[in-house]
Design a protein around this ligand. Structure first.
Ligand code: ZN
Length: 311
């Protein structure tokens, strides 16, 4: 198991206003704010991380918020949905909560035998809350006004929309160890048996659909999880051998990363479990202060002066 892709690690998307993004994910969906840092390549903007209590792989949704960004458009070559897992019996609670918070949502539907509801975040990012067939045993995270009976457990799946699924499906099966588990119309469900949860990637084939544009409210990349550096480097070799261009290993402080673009146009990352989010602050106080990587620490005063204050 250890040398496999362990499902999803994190998903990174683009948002508009940082405060609005923070309010939605912590106060409406009730995720834990696990890291307040900056975009390492553009340190005058935030990189905000939300997840479960420990910031476990398979629960982490992150955002680059740019206050005045235009909105992206969903289309092919993109990750078009981010699905979370919620406890059985909680969808009525969520319908009521989304209504009260003026969130745009759809009535409960079902796919692959699992009930789910669709909603959009304030920037138009499409999310789903799904009750999984097999009970999700992860602790998840929930503030008091949501409660453990309703709290989000972590990821269920991502959906990639593609003009042609073939190349992407090959990456999932031949390199990542996923198998085609089911199909409904033009939606192909791929699952890995290496992990119990966050193990699903849906490919939707939309021939003739225009390419999406990545901007506000769209996903920038999807990261798959590996246990450690040795596993990551073994995957790097495998991916190079298949003829893809892939970055060297990059230190993202909380995980080590590789990036490559899969044939359908979606940016994939592989990210390690090590060292994790507690590397620069205790688990109990994750997210409570601005963390900067060593290369930007000397510019802290200047960076803090331009970042909006989150409250
Ligand atoms: Zn990433």
């Amino acid at each position: 198991m250890e040398n496999k892709i362990l499902g999803l690690h994190h998903v990174t998307a683009i948002a508009g206003q940082a405060q609005r993004n923070y309010d939605f994910y912590t106060k409406v969906l009730g995720l834990r704010f696990v890291k307040k840092t900056v975009n390492f390549d553009d340190p005058h903007t935030y990189h905000l991380y939300y997840g479960d209590y420990n910031g476990s792989g398979g629960t982490i949704l992150t955002f680059f918020p740019w206050e005045h960004i235009t909105r992206g458009r969903r289309g092919t070559g993109q990750t078009t949905e981010v699905g979370f897992s919620v406890p059985a019996g909680s969808l009525d609670f969520w319908l009521d909560r989304l209504e009260k918070h003026n969130v745009i949502y759809n009535k409960v539907a079902e796919k692959f035998g699992e009930p789910y509801l669709t909603l959009v975040d304030p920037d138009g990012l499409k999310l789903e809350l799904t009750v999984t067939k097999n009970a999700d045993q992860r602790p998840g995270y929930a503030p008091d006004d949501i409660g453990a009976a309703n709290g989000i457990k972590g990821f269920h799946h991502v959906t990639l929309t593609l003009a042609d699924i073939k190349g992407t499906a090959d990456v999932l099966t031949d390199i990542f160890g996923y198998k085609l588990a089911d199909q409904q119309v033009n939606r192909y469900r791929f699952v890995t048996d290496a992990v119990e949860n966050a193990a699903t990637v849906d490919l939707v084939e939309a021939k003739g659909e225009p390419m999406g544009t990545v901007a506000g409210g769209s996903v920038h990349h999807v990261a798959f999880r590996v246990k450690d550096d040795a596993t990551e480097l073994a995957f790097r070799k495998k991916i190079v051998d298949k003829g893809f261009n892939i970055t060297p290993q990059i230190d993202r402080n909380y995980f080590h990363s590789l990036y490559f673009r899969e044939p359908g146009g979606v940016l994939f990352e592989i990210a390690t479990d090590n060292p994790g989010f507690a590397v620069d602050e205790p688990v109990e106080s994750l997210g409570s202060s601005l963390k900067l990587p060593a290369q930007h620490e000397r510019r802290r005063a200047e960076i803090e002066a331009v970042l909006p204050i989150l409250k």
